[in-house]
Design a protein around this ligand. Structure first.
Ligand SMILES: [Mg+2]
Length: 273
């Protein structure tokens, strides 16, 4: 196998669920890999489509699980959504259907939210509706979002994932599934910000000064983790420790650059380069 692309990689983007851990179960060798990357001359960012938690929450969570993590090591679809709103819709009024953590994240980006943390608002129209992976969803938020979308609001969603994987084969309905409900009710389709939108890697390339082709995305899901790398002209590593099995891989139109058992195998390869 030719590992030149891994050798040339300067920055690794790691998916978390199904790649480094599942729930609270850290995969064997995952922490050792992260701790060893600086010695191997590689930078890393934990990259997640999970918009139910804020960047700060991830730093706390990763440290608690035993992973090295500073502020510059985390990038979420929620953070990308805040940056996108400031770039493309500066000063716009926004209705957020999301968690309190996502709410605080958007406040930290200076976004003009018309609702409070729980989704309450008196506004009759808004410029933009933002939908997140809302684990605190209540009917009022769906009602408000649908009301605004039917009156011409722009529809932006933090991430397209249908489900969020949980231990023991369970899943949680994720942002993509909530958006499907809103689209059915309003006939408006969202613009998704998170992976596989290449914007996720373009922004990181801008922030770090590292060109896309020297960035490698590592993840367990083809339609987000691998697709974002392919869309951005970056390198991709699929790990078979999460939701992808041989059948899904065989049916994938575009194959990853590398398919590995898990991140432990990635570590073993990097040590030989
Ligand atoms: Mg994953």
């Amino acid at each position: 196998m030719d590992y030149t692309k891994l050798k040339n990689t300067e920055l690794f983007l790691f998916d978390m669920d199904g790649t480094l851990y599942l729930g609270d179960n850290v995969y064997e060798g995952a922490i050792e890999l992260m701790e060893d990357l600086p010695r191997l001359g590689k930078k890393y960012i934990y990259l997640t489509n999970n918009s139910s938690r804020a960047g700060e929450d991830y730093i706390t969570r990763l440290k608690k699980l035993g992973f090295p993590c500073e502020r510059e090591n985390v990038f979420t679809s929620g953070m990308a959504t805040g940056m996108y709103l400031n770039q493309r819709h500066p000063g716009a009024s926004v209705y957020l259907a999301g968690t309190k953590a996502f709410y605080r994240e958007l406040v930290s980006y200076g976004i003009r939210l018309v609702n409070d943390e729980l989704g309450h608002t008196d506004a009759d129209t808004v410029d933009v509706v933002v939908q997140g992976f809302d684990t605190e969803l209540v009917y009022e938020k769906l009602d408000r979002a649908c009301h605004y979308l039917r009156r011409g609001s722009v529809f932006i969603a933090a991430n397209p994932d249908w489900v969020c994987p949980m231990p023991a084969g369970e899943v949680l309905p994720d942002c993509g599934s909530i958006c499907a409900l809103l689209t059915a009710a309003s006939s408006v389709r969202p613009n998704y910000i998170g992976k596989p939108n290449r914007n996720m890697i373009d922004v990181i390339s801008e922030m770090t000064g590292i060109p896309n082709e020297k960035i490698c995305a590592v993840g367990d899901r083809i339609y987000t983790d691998i697709a974002v790398a392919q869309n951005a002209g970056s390198v991709s590593v699929l790990v078979m420790s999460g939701e992808t099995d041989e059948k899904i891989l065989a049916e994938a139109e575009r194959k990853p650059d590398y398919v590995l058992r898990d991140v432990h195998e990635l570590h073993e390869i990097l040590k030989t380069l």
